[in-house]
Design a binder for this molecule. Structure first.
Ligand SMILES: [Zn+2]
Length: 109
């Protein structure tokens, strides 16, 4: 499962930043165009956090919507998912934001 390895990576990165302190809360930013399912990350998180500095940490996930520009007509609009089509009929959209997967914040205890 794709999201399982992503979650394991995120936990490892946060642990690296925590420098031995326990992590109380982690906020992730998972853009709606990232192709990563936030629900799946949430589902994996508790198991991945077990026996790490993140055990019992609260997980918050922000899901910013996608911002795209149509390559044909130049229209800028927001989308909830990949593969949307512009009003002009073009499916060639340049992503400006919304495909990010970031650790936005972490709170140590
Ligand atoms: Zn267009």
């Amino acid at each position: 499962m794709h999201e399982l390895s992503i979650t394991q990576n995120l936990v490892a990165i946060v642990e690296g930043h925590a420098q031995g302190q326990r992590v109380k809360r982690v906020t992730l930013e998972i853009g709606k165009l990232s192709g990563v399912m936030a629900e799946a990350i949430r589902f994996c998180f508790e198991a991945c956090a077990e026996n790490t500095l993140l055990a019992g940490a609260q997980l918050e996930i922000l899901e910013p919507e996608g911002e795209v520009t149509c390559r044909r007509c130049g229209l800028e609009f927001t989308v909830q998912q990949l593969y949307e089509v512009c009003d002009c009929g073009s499916a060639s959209l340049a992503i400006r934001s919304g495909d990010q997967l970031n650790i936005k914040e972490m709170e140590l205890s």
